[in-house]
Design a protein around this ligand. Structure first.
Ligand code: ADP
Length: 305
């Protein structure tokens, strides 16, 4: 399958801050790749370099077969970019917003395209309502419709569902999958674990470096993390003690239980051994994606100069 994103060794600094470091990533056409990592790790900067809004200091590669350095305009024309902030005009109506976008892209059949988008969204009856009056979830769906009005082949979404309620997020993701089903490639940054799990594959970036890549199952397996699930009265209090023991890399509440994780199985078993007694119960469980991300975050901090 052809690669929609194929870039290597991208670097970007702002002043003396090296925010994207030797980043190499490939995403095949029609795939949904989740882009994860702590705030400030360089996700937005990477997305902006991929769609030609920002020039890398060094690196090379192509998006949709066009060179990111010399053919940025070709890439922009074929890419939809949507940010976390509602990027449309709140004081224009829903249909005026779409018409404006259609004009900016110089699209033909403008009226038809806008009508189709409104029908598809189920907003035809509310076309004259001000965009600013829409709820957060509807605003983001409208923004997605605007970002795809020019029928892009690549969609770069920067935390598109931040602050949107779970039901609206689900609808949004159904739409993303429908678009990918039609061949669109999607790179989407998110902080939500359930969204990470909805992606075909994941890229995890920390301090500007890509440190994990693959399907969710591959990222979990690649972490070599061992996780114990503990239950019992006041397990939170015990968690604080366990967290201080050698070999324990993370202790995370998991409902009324605890997840205790580390990569050194022997040390981890020694850490929980004193608590392996009534009324506590410990079972080894497969780490969740969240356990792995917490682990990756800690690891990257330790390695940061
Ligand atoms: P993320 O999307 O992962 O939160 P960003 O790519 O937005 O990360 O930011 C990475 C780092 O680069 C942050 O420390 C941010 O403050 C810095 N940064 C981003 N854009 C600029 C800019 N235009 N000028 C200076 N610093 C910037």
């Amino acid at each position: 399958m052809s690669l929609a994103i194929d870039v290597a060794d991208l670097n970007k600094s702002f002043g003396d801050k090296h925010v994207v470091q030797d980043l190499t990533i490939q995403v095949a056409g029609g795939r949904i790749c989740g882009f994860l990592g702590p705030n400030g790790s360089g996700k937005t900067t990477t997305l902006r370099m991929l769609c030609g809004l920002l020039t890398p200091d060094s690196g090379r590669g192509a998006c949709l077969g066009f060179d990111i350095l010399s053919q940025a305009e070709e890439i922009k024309r074929r890419t939809g970019y949507m940010t976390q902030r509602f990027s449309l005009y709140e004081d224009l109506s829903i249909s005026e917003n779409l018409e404006f976008v259609a004009r900016v892209y110089g699209l033909d059949r403008r009226g038809e395209r806008v009508d189709e988008a409104l029908d598809h969204l189920g907003l035809a009856g509310r076309r004259d309502q001000l965009a600013g009056a829409l709820s957060g979830g509807w605003k983001q769906r409208l923004a997605l419709a605007a970002a795809t009005l020019h029928e892009p082949q690549l969609l770069l979404l920067d935390e598109p569902t931040a602050g949107v309620d779970p039901k609206a997020r689900r609808t949004f993701w159904d739409e993303i999958h429908a678009l990918a089903g039609r061949g669109l490639t999607v790179l989407v940054s998110t902080h939500y674990m359930d969204e990470a799990e909805r992606c075909h594959e994941i890229a995890y970036i920390s301090y500007g470096r890509l440190i994990a890549r693959g399907t969710a199952a591959e990222v979990v397996a690649g972490s070599h993390l061992v996780t114990f699930h503990g239950e019992g009265p006041d397990i939170d209090r015990i968690g604080e003690e366990i967290a201080r023991k050698p070999g324990v890399e993370s202790v995370a509440p998991f409902g009324a239980a605890l997840h205790v994780s580390g990569t050194d199985r022997k040390a981890l078993e020694a850490a929980i051994a004193p608590y392996r007694r009534e009324p506590y119960r410990w079972d080894e469980v497969p780490p969740t994606l969240e356990d792995v991300f917490i682990h990756l975050m800690g690891q990257a901090q330790d390695n940061y100069p």
